[in-house]
Design a protein. Structure first.
Ligand code: FES
Ligand code: FES
Length: 178
């Protein structure tokens, strides 16, 4: 059937509805399809990458209700009612990059960029959970994301710079302080 993923017919195709990057979305998924399968093959969100396919590399990281999860390990049918964010959801409506993406660009924190979507999404949650994270905490938090190009030092520089910039903005005096 047009619009369905894969060629093997295993289980029934079910309608699965969720919020994808802020937009109500319905896909048709068979019970063996992963979230990565439907996001790439039906929603054409190619920022969602599949590396190892077994939960070891973090390339497929998406946010599920705000939490970083390995999309290769999540059955699409279990996304029903959830809020899913992919790297495409980090930009604002006008296509302006988020400050997270901007920091990675400024620090050239990638080479091939296969891992970058996963790092960006994990960093989004890191900033929410530990806004004053130390370099050690950044390394520990992002340890589930692997970069085969070895861009770790530049990624660390981008994230620590971003943390510092956000702290500076948060501490800046407002009109109400004047
Ligand atoms: S592709 Fe999902 S963790 Fe590697
Ligand atoms: S930049 Fe190539 S895998 Fe990370």
């Amino acid at each position: 059937m047009e619009g369905e993923v894969g060629t093997n017919v295993v289980g029934e195709a079910l309608e699965v509805s969720f919020v994808l990057n802020g937009r109500a979305t319905t896909v048709r998924a068979r019970t063996h399809h992963t979230l990565v399968d439907v996001l790439r093959d039906q929603e054409h969100l190619y920022g969602v990458r599949e590396g190892c396919g077994v939960g070891m590399c973090g390339a497929c990281t998406v946010l599920v209700d705000g939490e970083p999860q390995s999309g290769c390990l999540i059955l699409a049918v279990s996304a029903e009612g959830r809020e899913i964010t992919t790297v495409e959801g980090l930009e604002d409506a006008s296509g302006e990059l988020s400050d997270i993406q901007d920091a990675f660009v400024r620090h050239t924190a990638f080479q091939c960029s296969y891992c970058t979507s996963g790092f960006l999404l994990a960093t989004k949650r890191l900033l929410e959970e530990i806004p004053d994270a130390s370099p050690h905490e950044v390394k520990t938090y992002l340890a589930g994301n692997l970069c085969r190009c070895g861009s770790y030092m530049k990624i660390l520089a981008a994230v620590t710079d971003l943390l510092e910039r956000r702290r500076t903005v948060a501490l800046a005096p407002t009109k109400e302080d004047a």
